[in-house]
Design a protein around this ligand. Structure first.
Ligand code: ADP
Ligand code: ADP
Length: 225
C-alpha cells in the first residue's frame, strides 16, 4: 500500500480543459472518494492515475515513484468499473487468476491466491462457475477479487456498484470496507452517490467543472450547519 499524490493535473480532450489544476493526496491505506456532478472530470482524473490517458500537465506519484512514463500495466493498480465485464468464457477462478497469470505468478501460488481472494469476497465454492451463472452482485465481487488478486498498491473504483440495486450496493459497501480493513489498500473511489461516499471514505474530494472545490472529511462536508 502506497501514498498517492496528484499535483496540478490538467487535461483536455479538445479545446476546453476537462480537468484543471487538480491536486489531492491519499495516504497509504486510506479510502478517498471523488465526488461531483456528471461531466465534472472524475473519470478523467481516474484515467490519468491509471495511465490510460497522458495528462497535459501535472504530476502523479505513487509512493516514491513518479508515474510519468510508467505504462498502465506497470503501475500496479487494480481497477473496478461500473460494468467491468468479466471474461464470459472463463470460470470465476480463471477470471481472478488472469492478472496473476499475466504476472507469471507460479501455478501453485496462483491457486492459493485465487482461493484467498474468493474467500475474501465470500465466494468460496464458486471457483468453477461461469460468470453468467452468478448474480450481478456476485459478478461485481469477482471483479473486485480480480482487481486485488495482484496485490495492487492502489485500487481505483469507478462507480463500482452503480448498476446494482440499493440493498446489494449496501452489502458490497460493507464488504469493501471489510476488505479495506483486512488488506489496507490505498483506494480512490469515484461516485455520485453521497451516501456511498460518506460510508466508505475517510475524506472526500469534491469536484465541479473540472476543478477541485473542497477536500474534507464527510462530517465536515455534510454535517456542518
Ligand atoms: P465525469 O467522470 O465526472 O462524468 P469526465 O471525466 O467523464 O467526467 O468528463 C469530463 C469532461 O470531459 C466532460 O466535459 C466530458 O464531456 C469530457 N470528456 C470526457 N471524455 C471525453 C472524451 N473521450 N472525448 C472528449 N471529451 C471527453
Ligand atoms: P490450469 O490447468 O492451466 O491451471 P485451470 O483451469 O485449472 O488451468 O485454472 C486456471 C487458473 O485458475 C489457475 O491459475 C488455477 O490456479 C486457478 N484455479 C482453477 N480452479 C481453481 C479452484 N477451484 N480454486 C482456486 N483456483 C483455481
Amino acid at each position: 500500500s502506497k501514498r498517492l499524490s496528484v499535483r496540478s493535473l490538467t487535461h483536455s480532450y479538445g479545446a476546453q480543459d476537462a480537468i484543471r489544476d487538480v491536486s489531492f493526496d491519499i495516504e497509504a491505506g486510506e479510502i478517498v472518494a471523488l465526488l461531483g456532478p456528471s461531466g465534472c472530470g472524475k473519470s478523467t482524473v481516474l484515467r490519468a492515475v491509471a495511465g490510460l490517458i497522458q495528462p497535459k500537465a501535472g504530476r502523479i506519484e505513487l509512493g516514491d515513484e513518479d508515474l510519468a512514463g510508467v505504462s498502465a500495466r506497470s503501475r500496479g493498480i487494480g481497477m473496478v468499473f461500473q460494468n467491468y465485464a468479466l471474461f464470459p468464457h472463463l470460470t470465476v477462478a480463471e477470471n481472478v487468476a488472469y492478472p496473476l497469470a499475466c504476472q507469471k505468478v507460479p501455478r501453485a501460488e496462483r491457486r492459493a491466491r485465487v482461493e484467498e481472494m474468493l474467500s475474501l469476497v465470500r465466494l468460496e465454492g464458486f471457483a468453477n462457475r461461469l460468470p453468467r451463472e452468478l448474480s450481478g452482485g456476485q459478478q461485481q465481487r469477482v471483479a473486485v477479487a480480480r482487481a486485488i488478486a495482484g496485490r495492487p498498491s492502489l485500487l481505483l473504483l469507478d462507480e463500482p456498484f452503480g448498476a446494482l440495486d440499493r440493498a446489494l450496493r449496501f452489502d458490497l459497501q460493507v464488504e469493501l470496507l471489510h476488505l479495506q480493513r483486512t488488506l489496507g489498500i490505498t483506494t480512490l473511489i469515484v461516485t455520485h452517490d453521497q451516501e456511498e461516499a460518506q460510508s466508505l471514505a475517510s475524506r472526500l474530494v469534491l469536484m465541479n467543472k473540472g476543478q477541485v472545490e473542497q477536500i474534507d472529511t464527510p462530517m465536515a462536508v455534510y454535517d456542518r450547519p
